[in-house]
Each structure stands twice: as structure tokens, then as C-alpha cells.
Design a protein around this ligand. Structure first.
Ligand code: SAM
Length: 329
């Protein structure tokens, strides 16, 4: 903790951004994440209640975190999703509430979520080909998800962004089509390198594709790299004079990836994860169930100071992470 800079770790990184998983349950079966579908390993899932969630967000906000992303699992599977969003948006100090979704309820709820105070939304779309989309996710719902994307644009979110996981031999022949699609529809797009987790080792070996594969195609189409802004996330961003949206590349295997880390994660059961690929989370739930906010704040400060300087993904070490849905990708 640094009085002037808020929550910091031992090497001076400043934390402004909380990724909050609302559930580890997901209804999609993405080949790189939950190919067999969701299965709870240790009995039923017990996600944080709204009251526990708000205690957590208030504590992080006291420490200067101002951006919260709702993720999962599939966060919109929570029947109280809109209520949670509204409550978080009202926490003093929270200036931006974001969400990440597979989009399956988006066409119906985009306006309600915008009205609840969510201002930016990321939607996972790994292919624009309906059959491929179905093969990747286990759901033949591309048209429905794209209707949701249009509904989100109509609902007036500050940013509507697509996430696409890059997969060799699966969707790498679609990169130009995706770039053209988002430019034509005033959307932004993030290409994400597939990350190795403990459950997808063989898949990763076969399908991992470095983000540099996209860079050449972007440059050829006239996209230009933007300078990195202070406090920006891990994506390297590109802009085009004829396109409103931006295209970003998230390349966790690039050498400097962790140097700009500005985020912490809270799992749906109240574990603080200092890194997506760390050694398991640290349980904050007992503190989230009490009303000693000072103790909760002190614990977060103490734990954050111990954050490792970098993950060890490039050494084939994914920490304790079975798949990203378990922590909140
Ligand atoms: N269910 C929501 C969704 O589909 O966007 C939110 C949770 S999901 C875990 C968040 C993001 O993580 C999605 O864009 C998904 O594609 C990405 N993701 C999951 N596993 C991944 C992996 N092993 N490597 C890279 N991205 C992954």
C-alpha cells in the first residue's frame, strides 16, 4: 500500500481493476476451457451472496480500485445478475462496471444491464462461421449471440468488444474476415492467445498460435499500433483511420506481459487470486461474512504485497488453474 498510489505490490505495480467472478458455472463447452461441460469437483458451488459481494467491492474501492469486471463461468447464469450489477455500480468509488459474457442472454437483457449501470461489455465470439462456432462452444447459437451484439450496440454501452481466442487450424483462416467484420460494424475486437491451463495441455500444444500471426495481417490492412497509455491493460492495441473500433492482442507469452499487470481477481467463492496462473486463491470469505471492513482491507493490502512478479506460463507452469472458468477468465 502506498498512501499516494493506492494498492501496490512489492515491485510497485498499482492495482485499479478487480475481476469478479460471479459463478464458476458455464453453460457453454468451449474446447479450450470446459470441453466436457461444467462439472463441480467438490460438491455444489456456493457463490458469494450479494451482501458478501458488496462488502468485497467496498473494500477494494476503499483501496483505490475503480474498475470492476463481472465474469465467470458465465456470470449471466446468476438469476440475480442484474441486481448484483446495480448494487456494485452504486458503490462509491466504482467508476466503471464491465462484464464479459458468452452472449446467450444478451439480445433479451442488453438494455436492462446497461440501465443497471454496466458501461462496457465484452462478448466471446471465436468464429463467425455458424458451424465452427457450434463446434467450438457446443452451442449452435452464433446468430443469437450476434443479435445480442447488435442489441448491446443499440443499448448504448460505452464500449462493445468481441473476444476471440486464437486457435491454430480452427479459426486462424478467419482473422481477416473478423477484422473486416468488426470494422464494418463499429466494434472493437480482442484476439486472445490460447492459454495453457492444467486441463487443456494437449489442446494447447496443438492449437496455440502466437498473436504475431495477427499483427502481420493487421499491418497489411493498414492498422497502426497505438502507444501504450499509463494504466492500460495487457492488450497491445491497433487503430485504423476508417474504423471506429480498435483491435487488441492479448499475448500472455510475450516477455513483458506481467510488468503492466493492474488487476486482481476474486473467485465466485471469495478467494483472492493475485494471478490467473498462481498457486490457488486465498480465502477471504470469513472476512466477507463479518462486518470488520478494516480487517478485510488490511488483509487485501498484506496479500497483494506478496504478488509474484510474473507468471510462469512460458515454463509450462499454469499454477493451480484447472481452467479459466474456475477463477474467472
Ligand atoms: N463465460 C464468459 C465468456 O464466455 O466470455 C466469461 C468467462 S470466460 C472464462 C472469459 C474469457 O476467457 C472468454 O473470452 C474466453 O474465451 C476466455 N478463455 C477461457 N479459457 C481460455 C484459455 N484457456 N485461453 C485463452 N482464453 C480463454
Amino acid at each position: 500500500m502506498d498512501e499516494n498510489r493506492g494498492l501496490t505490490d512489492a515491485i510497485g505495480r498499482q492495482f485499479e481493476y478487480l475481476r469478479l467472478s460471479l459463478t464458476d458455472v458455464c453453460n457453454f463447452r468451449c474446447t479450450y476451457c470446459l470441453p466436457e461441460g461444467y462439472r463441480k469437483v467438490h460438491g455444489r458451488s456456493h457463490p458469494l451472496s450479494i451482501a458478501e459481494t458488496i462488502r468485497a467491492v467496498r473494500a477494494f474501492a476503499r483501496l483505490g480500485l475503480w474498475k470492476v469486471r463481472l465474469t465467470g463461468g458465465e456470470p449471466t447464469l446468476r438469476s440475480d445478475f442484474t441486481q448484483i450489477a446495480r448494487a456494485i455500480a452504486a458503490v462509491p468509488g466504482i467508476r466503471q462496471l464491465a462484464m464479459t459474457t458468452n452472449g446467450y442472454r444478451l439480445a433479451e437483457y442488453a438494455r436492462a444491464w446497461r440501465d443497471a449501470g454496466i458501461s462496457t461489455i465484452n462478448i466471446s465470439v471465436d468464429s463467425l462461421d455458424p458451424a465452427r462456432f457450434a463446434a467450438i462452444t457446443g452451442h449452435d447459437r452464433l446468430a443469437e449471440v450476434l443479435r445480442g451484439v447488435s442489441a448491446a450496440q443499440a443499448a448504448g454501452f460505452d464500449s462493445v468488444k468481441l473476444n476471440a481466442v486464437l486457435m491454430r487450424g480452427v479459426n486462424d483462416d478467419e482473422l481477416v474476415a473478423m477484422i473486416d467484420f468488426v470494422a464494418a460494424h463499429d466494434l472493437s475486437l480482442r484476439f486472445i492467445e490460447v492459454m495453457r491451463t492444467n486441463d487443456n495441455v494437449a489442446f494447447f500444444g496443438k492449437r496455440h498460435l502466437a498473436g504475431t500471426a495477427v499483427v502481420d495481417q493487421l499491418k497489411a490492412a493498414g492498422w497502426q499500433r497505438l502507444p501504450r497509455l499509463p494504466g492500460a491493460g495487457p492488450a497491445v492495441e491497433y487503430a485504423h483511420p476508417a474504423a471506429k473500433g480498435r483491435i487488441g492482442i492479448i499475448a500472455p507469452y510475450s516477455p513483458d506481459f506481467c510488468a503492466s499487470c493492474n488487476r486482481l481477481r476474486l473467485s465466485s467463492e471469495g478467494k483472492l487470486h493475485l494471478c490467473l496462473f498462481g498457486d490457488g486463491g486465498i480465502d477471504l470469505r470469513p472476512l466477507l461474512q463479518g462486518d470488520d471492513e478494516n480487517a478485510l482491507v488490511a488483509q487485501i493490502v498484506k496479500l497483494t504485497a506478496t504478488k509474484a512478479p510474473a507468471h510462469r506460463l512460458h515454463m509450462g507452469d499454469s499454477g493451480a488453474t484447472p481452467h479459466l472458468a474456475s477463477i474467472g477468465g
